[in-house]
Write a protein that binds this ligand. Structure first.
Ligand code: DP6
Length: 323
């Protein structure tokens, strides 16, 4: 057994959102989703199994983590320990690389990097498909961060056939401009938010029907490299997800006034003939889908309102790599 493994995984932003689970334990989604892996945001994680320690120790950005965070990592590593039939504690050292204190979803890159590192350290040598199944059980969106470019998470029917597949390497003129409206941690996690939406929102049924169709159409648009279609479908899908949240009891609204200011700027840019569309997750930050070659023009426009360091232009990123 290698004992030690280190890997990097990049974050991803969903264009067709995952919102709702049909199985909390196995992390099985209600609908399939599709994302773009990003170059600018990633996590590097090292796992060292050590029989001389009493329990797992988890360090994030150099700081030892509390019991709750460590327990989530322990539960995740137990999947690898049980398959490898070993019961050895580990030291886990993880670093999030983000251009600023972005407060962007780090659970996707986090659990994908952890899965890839644990795979090496445990000597299991699982392939990407299996790793995607493992990563899913840490955090749903991590399923997709195993691969680079455009990635589909097929919802499947059970624990063994719910995994991601690469759709397109995105090696064409597409990217995102990320606007960090507020880097603070969100008050209602995605996990809690989606649970509340599924159980209380009368709009959830409509979401499920239309997400299926959105997925079908966006795959056609990606194949044609049609940014306008990709953007329109993604933007509409994001607003529909937020509409289900507004219908929840009590309602969920992740937007802040500055989020709406970005929406206005996107609309203005579009009127000026620049192809750009927005998507938002369970937080106030806005991600703008555009031609990568036009990212700087969009950033300049946003700089009239936001500080330069709040705006990050990024291209598509790669899948997991061993370090
Ligand atoms: C809105 O993957 O963070 O970003 O599976 O409970 O860990 P858990 O949730 P998480 O949810 C992501 C929700 C989203 C949409 C998406 O990334 O598809």
């Amino acid at each position: 057994m290698a004992n030690r493994g280190k890997a990097r995984a990049h974050a991803n932003i969903a264009l067709i959102k995952y919102w709702g689970k049909k199985d909390d334990e196995l992390v099985l989604p209600m609908n399939s989703s599709l994302s773009l892996t990003l170059d600018a945001f990633y996590t590097e994680t090292e796992v060292i199994f050590n029989k001389d320690i009493d329990r797992d120790y988890f360090y994030l950005n150099g700081d030892i983590q509390n019991e709750a965070a460590t327990n989530r990592v322990t539960r995740f590593l137990n999947l690898f320990r049980s398959t490898a039939k070993m019961n050895i504690p580990a030291i886990i050292k993880s670093t999030n690389y983000v251009p600023t204190a972005a407060g962007l979803a780090s659970s996707a890159s986090g659990f994908a990097a952890l899965a890839a590192a644990a795979n090496i350290a445990s000597g299991l040598n699982l392939d990407h498909r299996e790793l995607s199944i493992y990563a899913r059980q840490g955090s749903g969106s991590a399923t997709r961060s195993i691969y680079g470019g455009f990635v589909e998470w097929q919802k499947g029917t059970g624990g063994d056939d719910s995994y991601a597949i690469p759709i397109d390497d995105a090696k064409w003129d597409i990217g995102m401009v990320i606007v960090i409206v507020n880097p603070e941690k969100k008050t209602v996690s995605s996990r809690a938010g989606m649970k509340r939406t599924v159980s209380t929102s009368p709009f959830y049924k409509g979401w499920l029907e239309s997400a299926e169709e959105d997925l079908k159409q966006i795959k056609i648009a990606i194949k044609r490299r049609d940014i306008e279609q990709v953007g329109q479908i993604a933007e509409s899908n994001s607003f529909k997800m937020h509409a289900t949240m507004l219908g929840a009891k009590p309602p969920l609204l992740y937007w802040e006034p500055e989020s709406i200011m970005v929406m206005e700027i996107v609309r203005e840019l579009r009127n000026q003939g620049i192809l750009c569309y927005l998507t938002m997750d369970a937080g106030p930050n806005v991600k703008i889908i555009c031609k990568l070659s036009e990212g700087r023009i969009i950033k300049r426009k946003l700089e009239k309102i936001f500080k330069s360091k709040q705006i990050i232009v990024t291209g598509p990123g790669p899948g997991i790599v061993a370090l």
